[in-house]
Design a protein around this ligand. Structure first.
Ligand SMILES: [Zn+2]
Length: 294
């Protein structure tokens, strides 16, 4: 069997990604307002435990605890100024969990900086490119198999990130947006516009993650599939719409329903399926069972 991410995609292999990091950590005691990335240094045992739970559930790809790991976003964490060290350590933790089973891949997770690009905010393309390049270099040094830009909403920030990453790394790169306004992102980007912008850039896969309801994600997947762009699709929805219980967002969609949707996404053409916010190892196990029957 082909081993690398792009080889597996080319072979038509369906892969299952892991579930939620942030909401899973909250279940494990992460306090509201604390950056999940703090746990790379503060609670490495718990970070390793969640990775291992997803590997044991059958995930083919696990994501590093570095969603907020650009130097720009880490300013609001407990570890400002330590992006390189933190991302490398996070990649090594995921690598350790992946090594417990044959063929598990590690994706280096990179989320938005949390800043708005010019002219709406102060972030320049050059600063964004530098920050994502720095993060990608550290993730690669820590041993990730692929890089993932996820939960993006602004095309300009993603393009700057891709530019910065490409300067320092040749690892396969997946780019995934959060279409959380029905079928558009917060900044008004549609799945079709995303594909048009990314198609010339040679990314390994394009995707949709997080977002809103599973029904909305199905509409996003249908739009992406209808484009037939020849680029593999990476689909990682939340476990349904959250409801607030006190300060915590609760996700009520169970493993069976998540698995039903995952099968529909695969039938529509997705190559990688998994879960985002609210998705536990039980959700991932159900998706694995449904995606790979027998
Ligand atoms: Zn999410």
């Amino acid at each position: 069997m082909a081993k690398g991410f792009t080889d597996r995609l080319k072979a038509g292999q369906i892969m299952v990604g892991d579930g939620a990091t942030g909401t899973s950590y909250q279940q494990m005691g992460l306090r509201i307002g604390v950056a999940p990335e703090d746990w790379v240094f503060d609670e490495p045992g718990k970070v390793l435990a969640l990775h291992t739970a997803f590997v044991d559930a059958g995930a083919d790809i696990i994501l590093t605890d570095t969603f907020g790991g650009t130097s720009l976003r880490l300013r609001e964490s407990g570890y400002p100024g330590r992006a390189t060290e933190l991302n490398r350590a996070a990649a090594q933790l995921a690598r350790r969990a992946a090594a417990t089973k044959d063929g598990v891949l590690v994706a280096g997770s990179m989320g938005p900086t949390g800043m708005l690009m010019e002219p709406f905010g102060e972030l320049t393309p050059a600063a964004a490119a530098d920050a994502f390049g720095e993060q990608a270099a550290a993730l690669e040094a820590g041993g990730v198999d692929l890089l993932l830009l996820e939960t993006f909403f602004a095309l300009e920030e993603a393009l700057a990130a891709i530019d910065g990453i490409r300067r320092i790394s040749t690892l396969p790169l997946v780019v995934s947006f959060s279409f959380d306004q029905g079928t558009h992102t917060m900044m008004g980007l549609s799945p079709t516009k995303m594909v048009e912008a990314l198609r010339p850039l040679g990314v390994a896969a394009i995707g949709a993650n997080c977002g809103r309801s599973l029904a909305d994600m199905e509409r996003v997947v249908a739009e992406l599939a209808a484009l037939d762009a020849g680029i593999p699709l990476w689909i990682k929805p939340n476990a349904g719409l959250p409801r607030m219980v006190g300060e915590l967002a609760r996700y009520d969609t169970g493993p069976a329903e998540m698995a039903e949707y995952a099968v529909r996404f695969i039938e529509a053409g997705a190559s990688v399926v998994g879960g985002c916010c609210g998705s536990s190892p039980e959700h991932v196990a159900a998706i694995v069972a449904a995606a790979r029957p027998g």
